[in-house]
Ligand binder design. Structure first.
Ligand SMILES: Nc1nc2c(c(=O)[nH]1)N[C@H]1C(S)=C(S)[C@@H](COP(=O)(O)O)O[C@H]1N2
Ligand SMILES: [Mo]
Length: 421
């Protein structure tokens, strides 16, 4: 799946550079200018001291609808990351009250009664236009066959702050710890079902869902609505138009009334608050597959390298700088995941070498894997906990993640500080 995504992006990138781009909303020269601006920003960032991650100032509204209790969520600009302690004692899925929020702008408040999914483009029979699309209301979607999927959603920037904190490679962008990830049980209708009902043509190649949140403006440029194309093969495979999350109507922050869920692909593919959906017989582009979510910097060509699947990661369900009693046996808990397939092995180091963690049998083969390890801190003092996982492709987390200008795909082993007293 993820390899399919990389192939798709590589192909689209070549077409974009060859000037075939359409639908990007911003012309190619302007995007190249943005690229230069991004490079300058990165160079400036290289000369900066690593910046400590500060919570958003009290009283500043991040534009998120749900409460942000400090024990569950940490505000980061317009976003909020899950605290890993908030997963301790929880089941397989992340409850909605603590699921991370990644908003380019703010959570819009949409009216389910007037909301419409609007499909248009050359990839549908009769080529309906954006102004005269094929429409579905929420009730229409609810009447179609339902599908449930337990899927992991992760921001491509998850773990970004460790580039600065552990590797001295500071980078611009949201300073996520490891809390930009979650698993939920999504329920809705397959995108493929709706595309076929709307009159999908055999020669359609791309589908581009668009969010109804405000336009994204960055560096003084309006990039329009958040949107990212999907190849038709993926759109017809396991992609959902979800209207429920963990048995509740989709919460406002997670895309009410309907969002796209693209299992296995980086979070930006899963467009929230979806409204218009362009279906095309020619390739589609947006800044979110040409400008962002690509690897730039040393070792990458000027136009960047495609972002493939999410790499392997591991996290302890523990507070940063947790305090635990010395001499008492603890059951350390954590989770590991990979965009390339299930987790086969997890090892833990508490200061005296790597040893296997115990995997929760019920999770085998799922989008993430819970594990436990026993540890008795021998004496009062500071310790570093580390966990590293190996996925089904045999890939193990490295000591150091490969730097890239926009600091995506951190997969290094995180050094988790803990104090025994
Ligand atoms: N319309 C819209 N869809 C969006 C975004 C957004 O800002 N607007 N953010 C994307 C990104 S970058 C991620 S990681 C996921 C986050 O989903 P969540 O906020 O439900 O956790 O939504 C994606 N879909
Ligand atoms: Mo993201």
């Amino acid at each position: 799946m993820s390899h399919a995504e990389a192939d798709h992006d590589t192909r689209r990138s070549r077409q974009w550079l060859a000037g075939e781009a359409r639908g990007a909303g911003v012309d190619r020269d302007r995007l190249l200018e943005l690229g230069a601006a991004m490079a300058a920003l990165t160079a400036a960032a290289d000369e900066r001291e690593p910046v400590a991650v500060a919570p958003a100032p009290v009283g500043v509204d991040p534009g998120i609808a749900k409460p942000l209790p400090p024990d569950l969520l940490r505000p980061l600009d317009t976003n909020a990351e899950m605290r890993w302690t908030a997963l301790a004692g929880q089941g397989y899925v992340v409850p909605n009250d603590r699921f991370f929020v990644r908003n380019h702008t703010v959570t819009p408040h949409l009216d389910a009664d007037t909301w419409r999914l609007r499909l248009f483009g050359t990839g549908l029979r009769g080529a309906p236009t954006r102004d005269a699309p094929v429409e579905f209301g929420l009730d229409d979607l609810r009447r179609l066959p339902t599908e449930e999927s337990t899927a992991l959603l992760e921001c491509a920037g998850n773990g970004r702050r460790y580039f600065a904190e552990q590797q001295d490679d500071p980078a611009p962008g949201v300073a996520w710890g490891l809390g930009g990830v979650g698993v939920a049980r999504w329920r809705g209708v397959r995108l493929g079902t709706v595309l076929r009902l709307a009159g999908l043509r055999d020669d359609a190649v791309d589908v581009m869902p668009e969010g109804l949140d405000p336009d994204y403006v960055t560096g003084g440029v309006n990039l329009g609505r958040v949107r990212r194309p999907l190849p038709i093969a993926k759109a017809l495979d396991d992609v959902l138009l979800a209207y429920e999350m963990n048995g509740e109507p989709l919460p406002a922050d997670h895309g009410f009334p309907v969002r796209v869920v693209v299992p296995g692909w980086i979070g930006i593919s899963s467009i929230k608050w979806v409204g218009p959906v362009e279906v095309s017989t020619t390739p589609l582009f947006s800044p979110w597959n040409t400008r962002f979510y690509r690897m730039f910097g040393p070792g990458h060509p000027a136009e960047g390298t495609v972002l493939g699947a999410q790499p392997v990661k591991s996290a302890f369900e523990l507070a940063w700088d947790a305090r635990v009693p010395a001499g008492a046996e603890l059951l350390l808990r954590g989770r590991s995941w990979s965009g390339n397939g299930p987790i086969n092995r997890v090892e833990v180091d508490t200061g005296d070498g790597w040893r296997p963690a115990d995997l929760v049998a019920a999770d085998r083969g799922g989008p993430w894997q819970r594990w436990t390890a026993r540890w008795r801190p021998p004496a009062p003092g500071r310790y570093t906990l580390r966990a590293r996982a190996t996925d089904a492709t045999g890939t193990t987390q490295p000591d150091r993640a490969t730097p890239n200008a926009l600091a995506y795909l951190f997969d290094g082993i995180v050094h988790h500080p803990i104090t025994a007293f």
